[in-house]
Ligand binder design. Structure first.
Ligand code: PEP
Ligand code: MN
Length: 337
C-alpha cells in the first residue's frame, strides 16, 4: 500500500502512521519527492482509522514489484539538476564529450554544446571501457575539469560513477550521477547512489528487461533518493549492423509503468554519427523527456566513441527540431482534449 501525503499539512501524520504500522506488525518506508509530497510505503494492512488524516491525498494498492517507481500511485515526477528540470514537458538536452581529456577540450565542448541548446553538460571522468588497454578517463582530475567547465558556462554536470567507492567524490563535484549500462545491476552501487541526494541518471543495461531496469531504479528510490531519471541507450539484438539497437518501444511503455522521467541516448543507441539526429527526434516523438548526446567541436579527435560523436552544429539542429516537435505534439494534445 502506498499512501500519498501533502507535506505542507503532514504534521504528526508520519508518526501516527509509524505507530499504526508497528501495531500491525508491518514495515514502513517514507520517500520525499521534491514537489512537496511524500509517499509512505506500508508493507501490509493497517487500521483504517490511521488513514483518515487530512494530509493524506490517496491510498493505493501497488501490484508492481517496483513499488516506489510504479505509476500506480503517482502520475509524474520532475527531477531537478541544478536549475534544470527534467520531466516538466520541455525536453532537456544533455551533451558533451564521451570522455573528458583536457581542460581545453572540455571547455570548448561545454561552450559549444551550451550555445547549441544543451542545458546539462555530460562528460566521463571514470570510463567503463571494453578493453583494459583503452583510455580509462582522468578520474578525479576529470571531475575537477567538469566542475571548472560548470563554473565557466553555468551548465550543471552529469558524469558516470562506476564503483560504490567513487560515489562520494563524484557527488562532491557533479550535479547528477550517471550509472552506466554495464552497472545497471550493480546493486551496491545503486544503494550507495540511493543514499546520496544527488539526482541519478540510470541507463538501461543492454541486455536488461524493462522490469529489471525499473527494479534497479527501485533500489535507488528504496534508499530514499527520489531523483531518478531513466535512460534508454540501446540494447543487444541478433542484428549486429549497429553498435546497439535503440529500443524506442521502451519509452512510451516505461511511461505507462512509471512516473519517473525517461531520456534517450541516440549516440550509444546507434553508434553512428549519421543516425544520431534521426533517432534523437524519434526519441522525442516517442515521448522522451530529454536526450543525452555525445558532441564536441572536433568529433574525430575524441579519445572515446568518436564515430558516434556529432558536431555542435548538428546538435543545434537537433535542439531546434526537438523544440519544434514538442510544440507540435503539445498542439495536437490540446486539439484532442
Ligand atoms: C556513456 O554515456 O559514456 C556510456 C558509457 O554509456 P553507456 O553506459 O550507456 O554505455
Ligand atoms: Mn560514450
Amino acid at each position: 500500500m502506498i499512501i500519498s501525503i501533502d507535506k505542507s499539512k503532514s504534521n504528526g501524520v508520519i508518526d501516527a502512521l509509524g505507530a499504526a504500522t508497528t501495531r500491525a506488525g508491518a514495515t514502513m518506508r517514507v520517500i520525499d519527492w521534491i514537489d512537496g509530497s511524500l509517499s509512505v510505503d506500508v508493507s501490509g494492512p493497517i487500521e483504517p482509522d490511521a488513514l483518515g488524516h487530512p494530509a493524506i491525498i490517496s491510498v493505493r494498492d501497488v501490484t508492481k514489484p517496483y513499488r516506489l517507481a510504479s505509476r500506480e500511485h503517482r502520475e509524474k515526477t520532475v527531477v531537478r539538476v541544478g536549475d534544470v528540470e527534467i520531466g516538466n514537458g520541455t525536453p532537456v538536452i544533455m551533451a558533451g564529450p564521451c570522455v573528458v581529456s583536457s581542460v581545453e577540450q572540455l571547455l570548448r565542448a561545454a561552450e559549444a554544446v551550451g550555445a547549441a541548446g544543451a542545458t546539462i553538460l555530460r562528460g566521463g571522468a571514470f570510463k567503463p571501457r571494453t578493453s583494459p588497454y583503452s583510455f580509462q578517463g582522468l578520474g578525479e582530475e576529470g571531475l575537477q575539469m567538469l566542475a571548472g567547465a560548470r563554473a565557466a558556462t553555468g551548465l550543471p554536470v552529469v558524469t558516470e560513477v562506476m564503483e560504490p567507492d567513487q560515489v562520494e567524490i563524484t557527488a562532491d563535484y557533479a550535479d547528477m550521477l550517471q550509472i552506466g549500462a554495464r552497472n545497471m545491476a550493480n546493486f551496491p552501487l545503486l544503494k550507495k547512489a540511493g543514499k546520496t541526494r544527488k539526482p541519478v541518471l540510470l541507463k538501461r543495461g543492454f541486455s536488461a528487461t524493462i522490469e529489471e531496469w525499473l527494479m534497479s531504479a527501485e533500489y535507488i528510490l528504496a534508499e530514499g533518493n527520489s531523483q531518478v531519471v531513466l535512460c534508454e541507450r540501446g540494447i543487444r539484438t541478433f542484428d549486429t549492423s549497429m553498435r546497439f539497437n535503440l529500443d524506442l518501444n521502451a519509452v512510451p511503455y516505461v511511461k505507462e509503468l512509471t512516473h519517473l522521467p525517461v531520456v534517450v541516448d541516440p549516440s550509444h543507441g546507434t553508434g553512428k554519427r549519421s543516425l544520431v539526429g534521426a533517432m534523437a527526434l524519434a526519441g522525442i516523438a516517442a515521448g522522451a523527456d530529454g536526450l543525452i548526446i555525445e558532441s564536441e567541436p572536433n568529433p574525430d579527435s575524441a579519445l572515446c566513441d568518436a564515430s558516434q560523436t556529432i558536431e555542435p552544429a548538428e546538435l543545434a539542429r537537433i535542439a531546434r527540431k526537438s523544440m519544434a516537435l514538442t510544440d507540435l505534439l503539445a498542439i495536437e494534445e490540446l486539439a484532442i482534449a
